[in-house]
Design a protein. Structure first.
Length: 299
């Protein structure tokens, strides 16, 4: 059959992943799609299973024994045979999936993934793209200060990258209200220009190093700002309008790094996704904390 790769779609986005994989897709098990060829860049994926293999099993104990013989750490993706799969998982070493405190590093230990495709057959991949079970990054949330849960997207992105704005760097937060992303960025020690016609939460606006501009993010002229270390956008707008905004800042050549959320309203626009992906140095991904949206980066 040749080289095969497994792609686990985010919850609710199997159709988007199938569209991306096209004719290379050959089998589907719930959210897990097997496709011909080596791993390729796709956006609508929670975890990539590299070189998955079928393993015939005689019993629950035999399944656990065969997985342990490959490596120690495994995460179950359960889509069928749930009770039998859970009994196998109970016989495997426990993998810590405790929520992280922001600032803690992503796990570094190898983590494989497996599922039961029928009563006597496992599908398993010892190597996966995500160090988190099924690509689900979870945090100990701050339920008191941030004015919305949008901050979790930046927490997740910075954890996956192992990188964030440095103290003293200059960040712009477009469409900042009510201020969840500004709060995260200010917490890194960066200087933040928050731009939105709507106001920031007063607690965020009072933070040191935060400047608020009550104007449209689309009207901001890059020539009036000067060099920018990071440009962030979580604006609710049509993807084509966001692409025009990003293109204006790219043309100005004043921004070192971009992080923007592409929010889809209605059907997923694959043509605009291709346009974002075609920007040199760009990367698209679906974070666990994204909804019907993708995170676009140029770092």
């Amino acid at each position: 059959m040749g080289e095969i790769t497994g792609y686990l779609a985010p919850e609710g986005f199997v159709a988007e992943l199938q569209t991306e994989l096209g004719t290379t897709a050959i089998e589907t098990y719930g959210r897990l799609i097997l496709a011909r060829g080596p791993a390729r860049p796709v956006a609508w994926v929670a975890n990539v299973w590299r070189d998955p293999v079928r393993i015939e099993i005689l019993s629950i104990a035999d399944a656990a024994k065969k997985l342990r013989a490959i490596q120690r750490n495994w995460a179950l993706y359960s889509f069928a045979q749930h009770r039998r799969a859970a009994l196998i998982a109970e016989k495997l070493p426990k993998v810590s999936a405790k929520p992280l405190r922001f600032g803690e590093r992503a796990p570094t230990a190898p983590l494989g993934s497996w599922t039961l495709i029928d009563q006597n057959t496992l599908m398993a991949a010892a190597s996966c793209s995500s160090p988190f079970p099924n690509g689900e990054v979870k945090f100990i949330e701050d339920r008191t200060v941030p004015p919305s849960r949008a901050y979790l997207k930046l927490w997740e992105l910075f954890t996956l990258l192992g990188e964030q704005p440095k103290r003293g760097e200059f960040c712009i937060d477009l469409g900042a209200s009510p201020g969840g992303w500004t709060w995260v960025l200010q917490g890194t020690g960066a200087r933040v220009l928050s731009v939105d016609k709507a106001p920031l939460d007063p607690r965020i606006a009072r933070l040191a190093g935060v400047e608020q501009r009550r104007e449209s993010a689309f009207a901001l002229d890059p020539r009036d700002i000067g060099p920018v270390d990071w440009l962030f956008s979580d604006i609710v707008c049509y993807p084509k309008r966001l692409f025009a905004l990003v293109s204006k800042w790219l043309a100005a050549g004043t921004v070192r790094r971009f992080v923007c959320t592409i929010k889809f309203q209605g059907a997923t626009d694959f043509e605009i996704i291709r346009q974002f992906a075609a920007v040199p140095g760009a990367r698209l991904l679906h974070l666990h904390h994204n909804k019907h949206e993708l995170t676009w980066m140029k770092l």
